[in-house]
Ligand binder design. Sequence first.
Ligand code: PYC
Length: 413
Amino acid sequence: MPLSLLRYGLLGRRDSDAYFPPEPEFRTKAEVVIIGAGGHGCAAAYYLAKEHGVRDIMVLDKGYLGGGNTARNTTIIRSNYLTPEGVAFYKESVDLFRDLDRELGINLMYSERGHLTLAHTDAAMRTSRWRAEVNKHMGVDSELVYPDEIAKLCPQLNLSDGVRYPILGALYHPPGAIARHDAVAWGYAREATRLGVRFHQMTQAEGLLVEGGRVKGVVTGRGTIHCGKVLQAVAGSSSIVAKMAGLKLPIRTIPLQACVTEPVKPILDPIIVSGSLHAYISQSARGEFVMGGSTDPYPLYASRSTLDFKEGLMMHMLELFPFLAEMRLLRQWAGIADMTPDFSPVMGLTPVENYYIDAGWGTWGFKATPVSGKRMAECVATDRQPDLLAPFALDRFERFAPVGEKGAASVGH
Ligand code: PYC
């Protein structure tokens, strides 16, 4: 036995290599406070520290790091949107995701699988063709494919005519990927911590100090933090937190449910989505089939699971993949989705000076984590709306300048 191993065993001294250092002391002053330690908040903290040299940052979360929608999403990454503004934005996110393992020094298990959005009607074929053209124009790899090609890409899919909604074609997006969602938040948070950012979990923002139209601090149960700038990145709680700053957001808040099966050997490579059937599926690195459907039919702030969801989803899913009838469901859960009227996010400056918003992610917040972090950091550091975020400004609803992305939603609403 090597001597070093013997010494290690006998001395009983274990160097701790904790992923995060212990929580730092709570201070009542900071340059920037970020409300929300989900993927977006952690990423914004990281890029603020790394690219803009802002290190005096406190990140607060009412729960635990990455424990909200970050932990509940189904990890799909893609940039096959409908509008040029949306495609440009998500393209930057995919570009950042591709190199993120290396940047953060963590295995995100980023896995490019290809993404097929099935079309069952002439209208869906037209939208797919439209998306393919916009994507190609913006340098994103997407094309319309027909059943013979779909059969090669996904032999498990039921392409027969003997179903209620036969598959006519699909939008094929080869860069479509999945990744380990919670590791994205952990990776950003760890690197931000190394740069001096302070994270405080179980620390709820209970109020905001706003004086003369300018934010001055954040009130928490542990004390008031006096600060220069505040960024809110709180996913399903966006309207509640924005209200504390006196802002009323054009947002509806709806649960979005998902589930996974028991794990089996890898058999399903691409990510399959049918907006018309309200169903999507991918197979995780662990072998589980990760599935979801449409948002719940009513606004609600509750992450409970329902039998209705499961019944509705399975009705369509079994039509696409009859073999799933043999599988057992393992877990079911919900996230809280904040939907804007045009299905695009709200990002950037607000009417309150030095108060910045990252909200309205609806059903696609995870895939935007790197780009929203990077560009929101730029916005906070420079106090200017970055070009890439200009279309997503909050005041677009007053200017009647929506960025309509409903046609690129993977799930029904
Ligand atoms: O936008 O790809 C997506 C998506 C899948 C499930 C929820 N959103």
